[in-house]
Design a protein around this ligand. Structure first.
Ligand SMILES: C[S@@+](CC[C@H](N)C(=O)[O-])C[C@H]1O[C@@H](n2cnc3c(N)ncnc32)[C@H](O)[C@@H]1O
Length: 189
């Protein structure tokens, strides 16, 4: 009996170790951890989506780096008539979000385990992200080069080079973190 308990314990320790190694590996490789946005940031991002939702009508809402799915799941429930898409490369966060999507039966949510820099974003009308400065540089280049039909980009905390935000919400947190709304059709380069 004790041997069985020890084997079980070792099995769980191995799983925890694999999960930890996988998350650390992807964090180093991608330059960012799958840490979700704060609840206050989600509320601000959602407020901005609400404000531009009618203007954009059709077209998908895409989360660039959807992590554990916290945000895509909220918006898929909030806008059942819209196509919501998440791109996530880190395996465990992606798998978790897929499981939650299946359990909740969210048919309007598509989750790709794919690098969003290489993704075709032409179906998007709103992009959302919570990334880091170098990633924002690459997104800026992608939007400029590919001339995709994106209307708006909402970024938690990190600014988008070459565009002026049309609205900024300062979250009521310790850092007064900004959430930016960019009108992508109106670039000021
Ligand atoms: C800070 S999390 C944000 C999660 C979620 N968007 C949110 O706001 O709660 C950023 C996620 O982007 C993912 N990521 C970074 N670069 C990526 C890339 N090139 N393609 C796909 N996912 C990427 C990371 O694995 C991480 O899970």
């Amino acid at each position: 009996m004790i041997i069985f308990d020890v084997i079980l314990l070792l099995f769980f320790a191995l799983i925890v170790l694999l999960i930890t190694v996988s998350i650390i590996y992807n964090t180093v490789k991608l330059g960012i951890s799958p840490m979700p946005s704060s609840n206050k940031a989600y509320l601000a991002m959602m407020q901005l989506i609400d404000e531009v939702e009618l203007e954009t009508k059709a077209g998908s809402i895409i989360d660039l780096g959807s992590g554990w799915g916290n945000f895509v799941i909220r918006i898929a429930k909030r806008y059942p008539q819209r196509e919501i898409v998440g791109y996530e490369l880190s395996f465990l966060p992606w798998l978790t979000s897929m499981l939650v999507k299946k359990i909740l039966g969210l048919k309007n949510l598509t989750l790709h385990r794919q690098n969003f820099y290489q993704a075709d974003l032409s179906s998007a009308s709103i992009l959302v992200c919570y990334l880091f400065p170098q990633a924002m540089e690459k997104i800026s280049d992608k939007l400029h080069l590919e001339q995709v039909g994106v209307n708006f980009l909402i970024s938690n905390n990190f600014a988008l080079r070459a565009w002026q935000p049309c609205k900024t919400i300062q979250i009521d947190d310790f850092y007064k973190s900004p959430v930016y709304l960019y009108d992508i059709t109106n670039r000021e380069r």
